[in-house]
Ligand binder design. Structure first.
Ligand SMILES: Nc1ncnc2c1ncn2[C@@H]1O[C@H](COP(=O)(O)OP(=O)(O)OP(=O)(O)O)[C@@H](O)[C@H]1O
Length: 375
């Protein structure tokens, strides 16, 4: 059987740790024009309103859309260069595509569905062995089931396993959790985290959910009307005040932390991050475990001195960086920094004036709620 990777490893071009994607697509009434230079590892989220071009972008990467002008280099393998007349067809691109709902063959068992997907890949290029895929997605016990006997979450896990068993150099996921209810979503998210932590396959992930993006992504691309309006590391990008995300109810930052200590008397856990720490309700994970959390801008209030007479457990010293208009004329957004970690507070314009908050000022941020991203 001829193998995709054999065909295209001959055209090594760009650096081996980045994804270069440039596409121009014209539909009547919509134009996609993107030029992306993405990390060649980890999860990159494509985020944006409905109709902003996320799926079109993924379809271009998959070779399902013939861009009028296109260039695509995946970690040093050239899949497309319109100017040079190169276009590797979809079936020869070593990629896995996971959709909202896994389209499994209804008349084949889970095992036979998975084997079917593997048929086009020679054993010598198999990146993720069978046993490892079974373990990563926890599906060994489902192998003899027929697809109509699987829950939505199980189907998706099988769909992801099928994609992995084709030994992709890139995994494309288009809202893989959108069709699942909250319970099933929460059930499947740890598996996605595991893929992220344990596999060396870059993932491009479309989602509408800020929480999902905050939990999974390392890098984020924000699309609007077919154009990239922002791109960068998750934490820096979520903390930018010049992006539409800052002007929503959910504005806030994502912080990557580690469990520093447990307090069994008060049933609390201290999460430490660069520049500070916060207390949360006792976590089951061991000390040292990384955890991400969000702090919404609406959950921070500011004080010029350290309040002693407050029940708020999390008071952190921070430096004011920037103050900008918020979503209503009554509010402003204040960007703060705790060491290297950015924070955003949404406070009333009146409080801002009364406290005479200006850039450079040292303040105390009172954090009223910390939203852990694995609940
Ligand atoms: N084959 C096509 N022909 C014409 N227009 C198309 C075609 N495919 C998509 N479009 C249009 O291109 C625009 C971008 O669509 P796309 O599906 O990429 O957006 P999206 O950001 O993925 O949206 P959603 O979040 O709703 O899935 C939309 O206006 C859509 O109607």
């Amino acid at each position: 059987m001829s193998i995709v990777t054999e065909t295209i490893t001959n055209t090594i071009t760009g650096p081996a740790d980045s994804i270069r994607a440039r596409f121009q697509v014209n539909y009547s009434g919509f134009e996609l024009n993107v030029d992306l230079n993405l990390p060649g590892r980890g999860i990159t989220a494509l985020f944006g309103h409905s109709g902003s071009g996320k799926t079109t972008c993924l379809r271009c990467i998959a070779g399902l859309e013939q861009a009028t002008d296109g260039y695509l280099d995946i970690n040093g393998e050239l899949w497309q260069d319109t100017a040079a007349g190169i276009f590797i067809p979809t079936h020869k691109r070593a990629l896995g595509y996971v959709f909202q709902e896994a389209s499994l063959f209804p008349h084949l068992s889970v095992k036979r569905n998975l084997e079917y997907g593997m048929r086009r890949v020679a054993t010598n290029v198999r990146k993720v062995p069978w046993d490892r895929v079974m373990k990563l997605l926890g599906i060994s016990h489902l192998l003899d089931r027929m697809p109509n006997r699987l829950s939505g979450g199980e189907r998706q896990r099988v769909g992801i396993a099928r994609a992995l068993l084709t030994s992709p150099r890139l995994l494309l996921m288009d809202e893989p959790l959108a069709a699942l209810d909250l319970k099933r979503k929460n059930e499947i998210l740890p598996y996605l985290e595991r893929l992220h932590d344990e596999l060396d396959i870059p993932i491009l992930y479309i989602s509408h959910s800020p929480d999902e993006v905050a939990r999974l992504a390392d890098h984020i691309v924000l699309l609007d009307q077919g154009k990239v309006i922002a791109e960068g590391g998750l934490q820096e990008t979520m903390a930018r005040l010049d992006l539409p995300m800052a002007f929503t109810e959910n504005a806030g930052v994502v912080i990557a932390a580690r469990i520093a200590e447990h307090d069994d008397v008060y049933h609390l856990t201290r999460l430490e991050f660069s520049g500070g720490s916060v207390l949360v309700a006792r976590r089951p994970e061991p000390i040292g475990q990384p955890l991400r959390f969000r702090i919404h801008a609406r959950d921070i209030s500011l004080a010029t001195s350290r309040a002693e007479d407050t029940s708020i457990a999390n008071l952190v010293p921070a430096t004011t960086k920037e103050i900008v208009e918020a979503d209503t004329p009554a509010h402003v957004l204040v960007k703060l920094e705790l060491g290297n970690t950015p924070l955003i507070a949404r406070i009333t314009r009146r409080s801002c004036d009364q406290l005479k908050i200006v850039p450079g000022m040292q303040l105390w941020a009172q954090v009223k709620a910390v939203a852990l991203l694995d609940q």
